[in-house]
Ligand binder design. Structure first.
Ligand code: BG6
Length: 506
């Protein structure tokens, strides 16, 4: 279920607007800037198709692809068709529905960062209805965000019901993030700016709040009294592929932690918001981002690990290292990291939060592990490990809780771990929607609950920046780990020092 925003919550200055037909489907104009790019083909168009198939999109809607290539609308629809064939699940693919959907897709050849270009083609596509949602989705290089916003404003296309969606990365540090936020903010109000983080579109990430705040049984123990530590892992089995040039300038810290993993951390750690509104929710996330203990040079040396994959074996096959993938003789960009973070609040005093992420690792898994404290006074001699609550963000979406249980096969009072496990796909008997489905429709509705506010972006950068600098100064030297492994041994040592181990094979 998508999260619902309290109607009074966030968007007081923005028109949710838009006509709906009898089934509740909404009509809107959605301009995709960078419409020939990978993101549009792989994610945006397939996500819109799913929403259309579920009758959330009314038939007068226009999805207007804009890019510099001089394509005809037929050419663009043919490309879109190919993308849908490749990226829509077979169980959802239906020829007649695909054809109807392609009827909503338009194309305009225009460089939207050039305010003096000929904008008549785009203008002609846009409805003149005042309250019809108009979304500009900027899926181009971040350096074009401000020129694009300037050009949209210069050509007077911003209506009261307009919003702009910005993909990550918002800047490469605090200063560049502020430049983008200031530049775009010249023309769009904060309520009209939707900074996307696709992790917030994941059902299992949204579900962190449901688990915590709709189940008092969990929320009552969600603190330092009961929790020993928290692990947040995002391990991937892919390398950098064709994204080498971008990735090499970013690294895992900017690519995954500044946005996705700090968002997950803030949802795990935040206080309950007073209402389920974008404003209240984001206020609470912000407090956590601000409460992260700043990393001193000493902390960076002892509490961070940075590494890069070298060649290694995966299923008996030799996989090239990062430098080979990049085609460069040297690079100190990290493809793996582990960080021990602390949150300076009464709830979390003394509870380390370990974050790790990496490419070319042994297994793909994104998880949050809540490790509970042991019994203060043990009456059994062979207590198994204290309970763990594991939130499986992906794959095998679900949640499990390990509990000590009496082993029925033992004559004596022996204990063993037993696991309560919920597999969400089975439990709800439904497919897991792609993150972009919720996010695109939320942007159309003007619902900011799943989007990042300016101050959150800036607070995240503020915490990240000293680590970036420390690593540039080699306070923590780069290590190499073989592709197909779970990272360097020093990452295990980071936890072992506190008496803990990473949870593998969730
Ligand atoms: C993107 C990063 O934001 O998230 C990629 O740029 C990464 O490097 C991806 O692979 C991971 O997303 P997911 O949804 O597969 O966990």
């Amino acid at each position: 279920m998508p999260l619902r925003m309290d109607a009074t919550g966030s968007s007081s200055k923005i028109h949710a607007g838009g006509k709906r037909d009898n089934s509740g489907a909404v009509a809107f104009d959605f301009v995709i800037v960078g419409a020939t790019g990978d993101l549009t083909m792989r994610k945006l168009l397939p996500a819109f198709y799913e929403c259309f198939r579920r009758r959330q999109i009314e038939k007068s809607t226009k999805i207007i692809g804009v890019a510099r290539s001089g394509l005809s609308v037929e050419d663009y629809r043919a490309r879109a068709h190919e993308a849908l064939k490749g990226f829509v699940a077979t169980s959802s693919y239906d020829d007649a529905t695909i054809q109807d959907f392609l009827g909503l897709v338009e194309y305009v050849s225009l460089d939207m960062s050039d305010k003096d270009a000929d904008w008549t083609g785009l203008r002609a596509q846009l409805s003149t209805e005042r309250d019809r949602p108009r979304v500009f989705y900027v899926a181009t290089a971040p350096k074009l965000y401000v020129p694009t916003a300037d050009a949209i404003a210069h050509n007077e296309l911003i209506t009261e019901s307009s919003r702009i969606v910005l993909e990550k990365p918002i800047g490469t540090d605090q200063a560049t993030a502020a430049e983008i936020n200031d530049g775009v903010g010249q023309h769009f109000t904060e309520e009209q700016i939707f900074r996307i983080d696709h992790y917030l579109g994941k059902q299992t990430v949204q579900n962190i709040l449901a688990l915590r705040f709709a189940n008092p049984i969990l929320e009552r123990v969600w603190n330092t009294d009961s929790i020993a530590h928290v692990q947040i892992t995002a391990a991937e089995t892919v390398g950098v592929g064709k994204r080498g040039p971008y990735y090499d300038s970013a690294g895992a810290l900017r690519d995954m932690v500044q946005n996705h993993l700090l968002q997950v951390l803030s949802l795990v750690a935040m206080e309950p918001p007073t209402a389920f509104s974008a404003m209240d929710l984001r206020d609470e996330k912000l407090k956590i981002l601000r409460a992260l203990k700043p990393m001193s040079d000493h902390d960076i040396a002892t509490d961070t690990v940075r590494a890069q994959y070298g060649e290694g074996h995966v299923n008996g096959k030799l996989i090239p290292g990062y430098l080979d993938d990049l085609g460069a003789p040297t690079s100190t960009t990290e493809t793996y990291l582990a960080i021990r973070a602390e949150i300076r609040t009464a709830r979390w005093a003394g509870v380390p939060f370990y974050i790790r992420t990496g490419k070319q690792m042994a297994r793909k898994e994104t998880t949050v592990v809540i490790q509970f404290r042991p019994q203060p006074w043990a009456i059994f001699t062979d207590n198994p490990e204290p309970s763990q609550l594991v939130l499986r963000i992906q794959p095998n979406e679900g949640v499990s809780l390990s509990l000590a249980s009496k082993d029925p096969a033992s004559e004596q009072y022996r204990l063993r771990e037993a696991v309560l496990d919920v597999d969400y796909v089975k439990a709800f008997n439904t497919r897991y929607p792609d993150s972009y489905e919720d996010l695109l429709m939320a942007a159309v509705r003007g619902d900011q609950v799943l989007f990042i506010r300016r101050d959150e972006v800036e607070a995240s950068w503020r915490w990240i920046e000293p680590i970036l600098h420390g690593w540039e100064e080699n306070i923590r030297p780069l290590e190499i780990y073989p592709a197909g492994t779970q990272g360097p041994a020093s990452s295990d040592e980071l936890l072992a020092r506190d008496g803990f181990v990473w949870k593998e094979n969730t």
